[in-house]
Design a protein around this ligand. Structure first.
Ligand SMILES: Nc1ncnc2c1ncn2[C@@H]1O[C@H](COP(=O)(O)OP(=O)(O)OP(=O)(O)O)[C@@H](O)[C@H]1O
Ligand SMILES: [Mg+2]
Length: 455
């Protein structure tokens, strides 16, 4: 096989590329099968003919004249859209012909692709809308305790003031997120998004981009198209800054500016963008103490603390345990597809004696486990035996502190041991570990990073 034949053979094998070659007079000396198919001609009808008689507007003729390549132009032959390139062929500095190749742009396929992509995009849009909708309202906050009822009343009043910033504090698992959802849902912002940002879960160097977004090519590694920040995403609605106590100081000052001006600037952006967003922040840390320690900005604290909703720990409203238990039995029955009808008196007494360090989340987790156990033994009622709160005990305390060791260091060490022991107990199942310790998964990750525990 000669080199020429080999080339012909190769070009015939490429179904989506049309190729043609002409000599310096413009006579066709080579054409591949794909191009013949598009032209609806046979080889005989083309070879040796002037290209002007086959495709009169061919740019290959221009190339023969100018000696310069024509690259990437649109080329339509028999309703086929092609992207074509015509190159001059030189020998000893003299033009001896031109070689052209075109790639199909099958417009119909492209249209189908675009339609598929659009319907996929719409699906994601509606999913995002669902995700951005807040889930709970005030009726979902169960409790008859007077303090809790007062808080619900206060929160419902604040909800109507659509621009008022709210700070929700309380121990882990007390229902801070529930309150945030309820405030959004009963405000006039409810048709707009509710966007949650977990300040503890996002690495410090990404937090700014996450909150404010960035322009195209703002930094290396960034998405080429730029990215909308959570503030813009929440426009018209509410942004819920969860675990605000974990926000690094550098971001705290930027957040303060946004709260004061209601204006954000994207990373790498030049124009400030006006946003209309209510901020609800939540924390289980003592922010006022953090202010004293210098780890939380005082001015931001006051700016956030316009309205403070401090949710009581469950051990301080134990009288709500019976209604919470019934509420969760109903809720869990439908989620777990179980048929538990209630709880025995000794079971309830046992729950009422416990101190609930993980608050209502812990109660829900304990009940979930009990429902599964009771269901496995085909029992319809929860009883004392279905609760083994010692399972939920914290790992035993370390040896006594060494002389001179600070309380803080001891607590840190204890925390690390507690994490390691629980991780071991759950075979490093992070979800279960977080549930055992009654902390958020994100808090668990943060603490694991802090103690350099590899996951
Ligand atoms: N008053 C309540 N009535 C009904 N369910 C509640 C109540 N409070 C909390 N819960 C439930 O307890 C769980 C934990 O609540 P939530 O996530 O709001 O706690 P949190 O205070 O944000 O905790 P963390 O600080 O760990 O993030 C959720 O499943 C929530 O539905
Ligand atoms: Mg929370």
């Amino acid at each position: 096989m000669s080199t020429w034949q080999m080339l012909e053979y190769l070009f015939d094998q490429i179904p989506y590329m049309a190729t043609i070659m002409v000599d310096k007079e413009g006579k066709v000396i080579f054409i591949n099968k794909t191009y013949l198919r598009i032209l609806k001609l046979s080889k005989k009808e083309v070879i040796g003919k002037h290209i002007g008689t086959i495709t009169p507007r061919s740019r290959t003729l221009v190339v023969l004249k100018t000696g310069r390549a024509e690259v990437g132009y649109n080329w339509i032959v028999n309703d086929q859209h092609l992207i074509a390139t015509s190159l001059p062929v030189y020998e000893n500095n003299e033009i001896i012909g031109s070689f052209a190749y075109s790639i199909f742009l099958n417009i119909y396929e492209a249209k189908n692709l675009v339609e598929d992509l659009l319907s996929e995009l719409n699906m994601y849009k509606s999913q995002v809308n669902c995700l951005l909708r807040s889930k709970y309202d005030f009726d979902d906050i169960i409790g008859e305790d007077q303090r809790l009822k007062d808080l619900k009343f206060l929160a419902a009043q604040i909800a109507h003031h659509k621009n008022t910033t709210v700070l929700i504090s309380g121990e882990s698992g007390t229902g801070k997120e529930l309150f945030a959802h309820a405030i959004h849902n009963s405000s006039c912002r409810s048709p707009f998004p509710f966007v949650r940002v977990n300040c503890a879960a996002i690495p410090e160097n990404l937090l700014e981009a996450e909150l404010f977004g960035y322009e195209k090519g703002a930094y290396t590694g960034a998405n080429k198209e730029g990215k909308l920040g959570k503030f813009e995403l929440a426009n018209g609605g509410t942004i819920f800054l969860d675990e605000i106590g974990e926000m690094p100081l550098s971001m705290q000052s930027k957040l303060l500016v946004v709260l004061q001006e209601q204006i954000i600037e994207r990373l790498g952006g030049v124009q400030p963008i006006k946003v209309d967003v209510r901020v609800i922040a939540a924390t289980n840390r003592e922010l006022s103490q953090m202010v004293q320690e210098g780890t939380f900005r005082e001015d931001l604290f006051y700016r956030l603390n316009v309205f403070n909703i401090n949710i009581p720990a469950l051990r301080n409203h134990k009288r709500d345990i019976p209604i919470l238990v019934n509420h969760f039995i109903d809720k869990l029955n439908s989620r777990l597809n179980t048929h538990i009808s209630g709880i025995s008196k000794d079971g309830l007494d046992y729950l009422c004696q416990y101190h609930w360090p993980g608050n209502i989340r812990e109660l829900e987790n304990v009940l979930e486990r009990a429902l599964i156990l009771a269901d496995m033994e085909k029992s319809r009622q929860l009883g004392r035996k279905h609760f083994n709160l010692s399972d939920y005990d914290r790992p035993e305390l370390l040896s006594d502190g060494k002389p001179g060791e600070s309380l803080k260091a001891m607590i840190e060490e204890y925390e690390k041991t507690a994490l390691l022991k629980t991780l071991e107990k759950t075979d490093f199942d992070k979800k279960r570990t977080a549930a055992y310790l009654n902390i958020d998964l994100s808090s668990l990750y943060r603490k694991m990073r802090k103690h350099k525990i590899l996951s």
